[in-house]
Ligand binder design. Sequence first.
Ligand code: BES
Ligand code: ZN
Length: 601
Amino acid sequence: MRNERLFEKDPHSYYRPGQPRMKHLRWEVEVDFAGRRLSCLAVIDFDGGGETNLDLRNLEITGITDGDDQPLTYQVSLSHPVLGECLTLTVPDGKPQVKIHYWTSPQASGLQWLTPEQTQGKRHSYLFSQGEPLHARSYLPCQDTPGVRFTFNACLTVPEALRGLMAANEHVSREIKDGLAVEMWRMTKPIPSYLFTLVIGDIASRDITNRCRVYAEPELVDAAAAEFADVGEMMVAAEKLFGMYDWGRFDLNMMPSSFPYGGMENPCFTCLTPTLVVGDRSMVNVIAHELAHSWTGNLVTNATWTDFWLNEGWTNYVEWRICEELYGRDAMMLQAALLQRELDRDFRDLAARGMHQYTALGSYVPGTLDPDDIFTRVPYCKGAQFLMKVEEAVSRERFDAFIRKYIETFRFTSITTATFLDFVAAELPGALEAVKSWRWIGGLGLPENAPKIESPLIVEVERYAETDGILASDEARGWSSNQWLLYLELVPRDGLKSEFAEELDRAFALSTKANADVRFAFLLLAIEAGYAGANDAVANFLSKVGRLKYLQPLYREMSKTMAGLAWAQNVFARVRSGYHPIATAQVERILGEAEKRLAKI
Ligand code: BES
Ligand code: ZN
């Protein structure tokens, strides 16, 4: 199979194809909560000797030796704002092993150090890592490109009261020594660096099925186990589509509320925002999504961040298929309609930032651009709709056979968009032409042949959004969270009055709903309507959750006017110490861009 771009350089890594690649890692870590640092030894086995490059960000290297503890010479480049530093060394030929002793920085972009007050239990410190897309290099010197995979053994030394968890398929042991716990993990399946993850905290667990257990702070663990009771059925539905689940366990970890994502698909150990624990299972599509990544993303991986839609578009398509199987086609279509509204918002935002080219699935992401800065629903929603379109063109039966062959052919490899398109051309002749694939991969916006997203649940909501009978509606009292979300997206913004937002909240108590997506969508509408009565609720919400999906639109909407920008800056100054470094960087970018835009007016 042709896979030409694998021989080209990933613009987001200093690693150059042809150089020795890391194959296995032995990682020894001691955690220092007081100093907010990890003291680490990384013993890396390569596939051969010679000069090679590793990615670093802000690591303090204290020594590098070969496998026999003889010092090695090395160089560290100046820091690049997106890529960090390049570590160049020569891997010995006979025994291609290198040992790196280093400290992480208290400012590591991929680590969040939480004080006890920032946790649910308020008794113990907490630490977690987030690798995707370019943050693994801030806690591990590695070839931080999704084109390189490695297995690992890890040994975490943590305070005795805490657990030291990793995204790995075998928990080898936990031993207590001198008031410290030593936890050993082994990952026997090769992973790309962006999935390399650790979590340390006061964590309990409950088994949901024989393959899935939920980890959470003790306060949350029972509620979480109840919320995710559908996971067994989801795994059955996913295996029906994809073939056997390859990773052994599918455990879930409820993160602190500052976790910047809804979910992160770290293998064997999906990390989730605690806001998913609503009480009514209304956000379990996130579990279906992260589960789907076990195949599309973790088994078949994007070769570079330019090919990100191969991870997220595929996963989103499969998330929809799992939801269709479990909750029916109408509910699935409603989910799709919602994502499409978010996509529209992203199209508008990209256009306003002069970055319209990133509405194409195949748009090249250069090394000078941080993938975090162009994170949108384009790879997700446009990607999933492209695949839906191919399914429509060839029939579900043929497409399902194609999915299995795709996974089987490329498992444990990293592929480019070109490789994917070649594979479709070979397996489903004529399909790319039938769906006008060039419009999806190279064209801007949503192609005119996009599949129809239809459901009676959508029609009912649209009817109320187009007229103004909602306040007197009994029907709306029975709406699901997703119907409310769609309604709040569809309410026309032209001539939107602050009184309307106020009355809507009085009638349906949207600002206090259990589902955080609904609370967020209402608060966004309230800001757009200029309803100042919701300002305290907005500030409060921004101090309680760290999910970027909420923070970005809220800060963006707040900072559309001079007065609003001052308010946003004020709120951010008060709450930023609780945010993850990734979230802090994004809010700073949004407020900085708003300041520049408003200065021009
Ligand atoms: N892998 C992503 C999260 C991610 C993307 C982290 C890019 C860092 C960089 C994860 O699978 C995801 O897509 N999460 C979504 C869930 C949703 C689409 C159901 C989220 O967090 O909103
Ligand atoms: Zn995803």
